[in-house]
Design a protein around this ligand. Sequence first.
Ligand SMILES: Nc1ncnc2c1ncn2[C@@H]1O[C@H](COP(=O)(O)OP(=O)(O)O)[C@@H](O)[C@H]1O
Ligand SMILES: [Mg+2]
Length: 249
Amino acid sequence: MKYAARIIDITKEYPLKGETVHALRGVSFDVPFGDYVAIMGPSGSGKSTLLNLLGCLDKPTSGQLLLEDDDIGALNDDELATVRASRIGFVFQSYNLIQQLTVLENIQVPLFYLGRLGAAERIRCEEIADLVGLKDRLKHRPAQLSGGQQQRVAIARSLVNAPNFILADEATGNLDSVTTEEIMGLFEKLNNEGRTIIMVTHEDEVSAHAKRVVRLRDGLLQSDIINENRELLLPPNTRIKDTIPADHA
Ligand SMILES: Nc1ncnc2c1ncn2[C@@H]1O[C@H](COP(=O)(O)OP(=O)(O)O)[C@@H](O)[C@H]1O
Ligand SMILES: [Mg+2]
């Protein structure tokens, strides 16, 4: 198993009012383990569609998508849900927090779905909240937090299953530049821990931190370039903490 993901001639079509939208028109690239990829491209170029396929939220129309050698197109909905819950951490631009729940409860949501919320997991959720700087906000509700704090909750929630993949769609799109740097620092630590990160962004300041930049245009891969001048925010090999076991899931 050499690759975290292989995207092989993927297409995705959406039916829309009797027409067909060709969101992806034959995209291929491989993502080695531990890679850190920024997906860029104009609005409507297929970035979110591609990330949703990688996140097992949807299936390709044609082509093959392998996640750690599992052919995603061959899985049924239950199997896809299991892959999502156990291996993938998804961070959205809009945070997608549950307003009625506290910070800690929001972080616990994935474990709740997996039926795996015992005493040890409760402690772990508090540890993860601590790691992303939310220790003194555990009982707050999302509306009582800043955008950056809400995104930290979403990141903490994406980490509770110790996912191999972290997928982020414009995760810093609503944040100021200082908070964006803090979130990028978190991603850098997670990548140093060996987690594969694929993020969609339209900001050069964000893609500057990735190891590689893939550009889409009109549903096609336009370029795929190693980021030679990658900007590091932290001393090499800084990790979030060695207590997040990679095989926790
Ligand atoms: N659920 C959907 N139904 C119909 N068309 C869609 C749907 N989702 C995305 N599209 C279309 O597919 C194309 C790619 O969209 P998207 O992947 O969201 O692009 P990006 O994230 O790069 O802005 C766009 O033309 C968009 O309008
Ligand atoms: Mg998008």
